[in-house]
Design a protein around this ligand. Structure first.
Ligand code: CA
Length: 229
């Protein structure tokens, strides 16, 4: 009986971790909506001048870090957010197109100039990829905490930023000039606390099936044991 309860609790814990991974519940303070592109391009827009969705940026299932979708762009996408100013953390996952040997990806935060309605770069980071070697060039108040290869060619990038007060636009660019291949982004986070990195289970869909089947089996055994009494 104790073993059964133990097994049930284990299933429950794994289910909760899995759900947390899917729903991104630990990153509650995320200023970025639809951060994993699972709701297609809701809240996101193609960087001005970059054209329409489908042309310079699209939601794709071909290369995905988590969930079922990611964002591919050969120009840039952005999302508006409001920052109070102060210390922030940014994290996102990127993958250079498998055919691309050299790439220059860009992550930046810009501020609309209310008089001219032009955009002023507040801070940014250039990420250079040269045949698998990644180097970073941050400018202004950005501290690079890590650029780590994680899984299947994906990298995790984490930064510490000091933002001035005001409303800001977050921008992700694949290249300063349009790249022929484009690159992939997933799970974008921006918040005042560093979101914990969740354990990544291979492959999530298989795990969900195992968790589901396991839970049902344990519940069934539990029910049968009670029936016998
Ligand atoms: Ca995703």
């Amino acid at each position: 009986m104790k073993r059964l309860i133990g097994a049930f609790m284990l299933c429950l814990v794994f289910s909760l971790i899995f759900l947390a991974e899917v729903l991104d519940v630990f990153a509650t303070g995320n200023l970025i909506k639809n951060s994993g592109f699972e709701e297609d391009h809701q809240y996101w827009e193609v960087y001005p001048g970059g054209g329409d969705w489908g042309e310079r940026a699209k939601i794709t299932i071909e290369e995905v870090y988590s969930g079922k979708k990611s964002c591919w762009t050969n120009y840039g996408v952005r999302q508006w957010f409001k920052a109070d100013g102060g210390l922030y953390y940014a994290r996102f996952y990127f993958k250079v197109h498998p055919k691309s040997e050299r790439a220059r990806l860009y992550f930046g935060i810009e501020k609309p100039d209310t008089e001219e309605w032009a955009y002023i770069t507040v801070l940014g980071v250039n990420i250079y990829y040269d045949q698998g070697k990644v180097t970073v060039e941050p400018y202004r108040e950005v501290e690079v905490l890590e650029i780590t290869p994680v899984d299947r060619g994906w990298y995790r990038a984490t930064f510490k930023l000091r933002l001035p007060e005001g409303a800001y636009a977050l921008i992700l660019l694949s290249d300063k000039k349009p790249s022929p291949y484009g690159h992939y982004f997933d799970d974008v986070y921006l918040g005042v606390e560093l979101a914990p990195v969740l354990p990544k289970f291979p492959p999530s869909s298989l795990l969900s099936v195992l968790v589901g089947v396991g839970t049902v089996m344990v519940l069934y055994l539990f029910w049968r044991k009670r029936e016998r009494r």
